[in-house]
Every structure is written in C-alpha cells, then in structure tokens.
Design a protein around this ligand. Structure first.
Ligand code: PLP
Length: 383
C-alpha cells in the first residue's frame, strides 16, 4: 500500500475546508471541476429515470443504449468506426485508468507517462510493481512531449504509453502532427496506448485528434473519455473506455468484480447528455476561454510569475521559479497567508517543480479575488 499515490487536490480541498471552518475566506482553485451545475435537461433525465425505476443493477459494461450512443458519438468526434462492443461504461474516467492498468500491466513492465501529469497514472504504475518511466513535458515545447525523447525511452519492456491531450495540469495540446509523430515512434511494437481524452471537448483552438484515428494504432489504443468535465457531471460518476472488444470484455469483468455497474439512472442521464442539446458545452467553453484570457493577462503581470496561455482544459500552470520559492512551500503560503488554494506543480510529478496549478473553473469574481491576493502577496514577498 505504501506504493500507492494519491491526488493531492482532494487533500488540499480538505485543508482549505478546515480553514474555512475556522472562519477564513478561501478561494478554491485547487480542484479540477467545472463550477457550473449539470445542465437541467440532464438532471431532468436522471430524475425521471429514478422515477421510472432505473434504481436496479445494470450490465457491467453499461446499458446497451448508452454504449450505442457513446459508440456513435466517438465515431463522429474521432472520425473512426466504433461499435457498442468496444465501449465500457464505468463510474468515472478514473476507473478506466485503474482497470486498464490492472488488466495490462505486470511487475517488471515499463509504463511511459506524462510528467507533470494526472497523478493517478504514476500511482497505479508504482502500485502494480511496474516501472514508472516519466516523459517530461516542458514549457519551452508548450508542454507537448518531445518525440525523440519518447523514442529513447521505449524499451522491450515498455507495455503501455499514456497520452493525455488536452493535458492536466499544463493545458498542453497535441496537434495531429504531434500525434502522428508519436505513432511513428511507436511503430509496430507490441505496446498499448492509453489515450486520456477526458478534456477533448475543452479545446480553445484547433481540432482534437485521437491516436485511435491512425489505422495502425486503432487496435492498440484505449480511449478514455467521460462526462465529468464536458457536461459538469463530476459527482454523477460516469466515464468510459473505448477499446478492442476482447479487452472490453476483460475490463467489464473487472467492473463485475468491483463496482458491478455504473448507477443506471446516471447512465440514462448520460444518454441525454450525449444526444440532447450541446449549447451548454459551448457556453462553458466560451466562459472558460474568457477566464483563461483574463487569468493569463493578470498572472503574467505578477512579480515572479510567468504563464503560457493554455490551449485546452481549464487549468493555468504558471512558472514560479522567479519568485525564488519552491512550488510546495509557495502553494502552502498562498493558502495559509492569503486564502488562495492552488496546487504545487509537484503534485503532478517531479517535473512539476517550479510551477503551480490554478483551476480556472471558477467565477470571474473569484478569479479576480484570487489574483488580487496573489499579487498582494507577491508584492510583499518577492524581491
Ligand atoms: C487527465 C484526467 N483524467 C481522468 C480524470 C478522471 O475523471 P473522473 O472524475 O471522470 O474520474 C481527470 C480528473 O481530474 C483528469 O484530469
């Protein structure tokens, strides 16, 4: 158990809440979830489903109608042909990471994953006794991996490569050319790809391109996507994986052994999310873009901070090296001294040193308040 990591956002949230309970005013920019409510058409579908009796177990791989809706949606958005047998619905995007790793990774295997990156990847690799091989994402490359470096990290033991675009925590986005170069570097090796595309609809410019759209990579790719971010449904717990039917059956069996199934009324709401009006998705994206522009402009004027403008997701990942502070003490100081909850870049791996992550999935008013406070802090504490 000592090898299992964690997601620091949840720990910082607990600390921030404890400070609030003591009467402190805290701006929460630590947790990565849309501040919007789930759109009402989706809520209504969930409530109606409860009333109609969707209160029982369902198939482990997901309700057939939802698997069909997802297959059609992913076919459209990725430009590939997906069948319902390739879709497994699980309670969130996270269980896809957990189940896929359990299914594919053994002691002694090597897994290449982005660093800084979503901390659960590294946690699970270590937990399974495999070797965690980080591929650094660097600011000077707009936080997109260096394909030559990736090629140099691939060995005979590489079992799985994890990609994530748009990326948490950096907001980096891989273009079609980037993805094609990665596919070329992997070649015909027997390596599986976990392509975490949970932010694929949260793209500020350009078009999302999945490695699954490259014919030769299709059978080796597991697409991870879900409802949490796109439809502001984090608490409903629903996500999915798209993969070869034989692997899908194994993943569904892992679900049978653990969660049994995803809540059935949640899945009915999921059908409405995918098949219903999409205006709320566009609205949220427009808002996130405004907030990104505002945050970028202001943070770049604060002493010691500099920040690339992210191209996707809803995080800002400023470089803080010129403050003279290390990331973790700086995140602690901002929370303790001025009530701004952010995450240390190191919560996303060793290569996150020198950065902080702020979630911009918060109101303009709160972002302004947070930036005013950080600015005031920096004016006092940064030489
Ligand atoms: C990159 C990435 N993948 C997966 C997830 C998991 O999402 P879910 O809440 O649907 O489990 C997150 C959530 O923060 C994420 O940032």
């Amino acid at each position: 158990m000592a090898r299992l990591g964690t997601e620091t956002a949840f720990e910082v949230l607990v600390r921030a809440k404890a400070l609030e309970a003591q009467g402190r005013d805290i701006v929460h920019l630590e947790i990565g979830e849309p501040d919007f409510d789930t759109p009402t058409n989706i809520i209504d579908a969930g409530v109606n489903a409860l009333r109609k009796g969707f209160t029982h177990y369902g198939p482990s791989a997901g309700l057939p109608d939802l698997r069909k809706a997802i297959a059609e949606d992913v076919s459209r958005s990725r430009g590939i042909k997906v069948t319902p047998e390739e879709v497994v619905v699980v309670p969130g995007g996270k269980p896809i990471i957990f189940f896929v790793m359990l299914a594919l990774v053994e002691e002694g295997d090597e897994v290449i994953y982005p660093n800084p990156g979503f901390p659960i990847y590294e946690s699970m690799v270590n937990f399974l006794g495999a070797k965690a091989v980080p591929i650094p994402l660097r600011e000077d490359r707009n936080f997109v991996l260096d394909v030559k470096e990736l090629a140099s990290l691939i060995t005979d033991k590489t079992k799985l490569i994890i990609l994530n675009s748009p990326q948490n925590p950096t907001g980096g986005v891989m273009t079609r050319q980037d993805v094609e170069a990665v596919a070329k570097a992997i070649g015909d090796r027997d390596i599986m790809i976990l392509s975490d595309e949970i932010y694929s609809r949260l793209l500020f410019e350009g078009k999302h391109f999945s490695i699954a759209a490259i014919e030769e990579m299709r059978d080796r790719t597991i697409i991870l996507d879900g409802f949490s971010k796109t439809y502001a449904m984090t608490g409903w717990r629903m996500g999915y994986g798209v993969m070869r039917p034989d692997l899908a059956q194994h993943i569904a069996r892992l679900a049978t052994n653990s969660t049994s199934c995803t809540a059935t009324f949640t899945q009915i709401a999921g059908i409405e999310a995918i098949c219903g009006p999409q205006a709320s998705v566009e609205h949220m994206n427009d808002e996130f873009k405004k907030r990104r522009d505002y945050f970028a402009e202001r943070i770049n004027k604060i002493k010691g901070f500099s920040c690339k403008v992210p191209r996707g997701a809803f995080y800002m990942f400023p470089n803080i090296t010129r403050t003279g502070w290390k990331s973790k003490p700086l995140a602690d100081a901002l929370l303790d001294q001025v009530g701004v909850a952010a995450l240390s870049g190191t919560a996303f791996g060793a290569f996150g040193e020198g950065y902080l992550r702020f979630s911009i999935a918060n109101s303009m008013e709160n972002l302004k308040k947070a930036l005013d406070r950080v600015e005031e802090w920096a004016n006092k504490n940064v030489k």
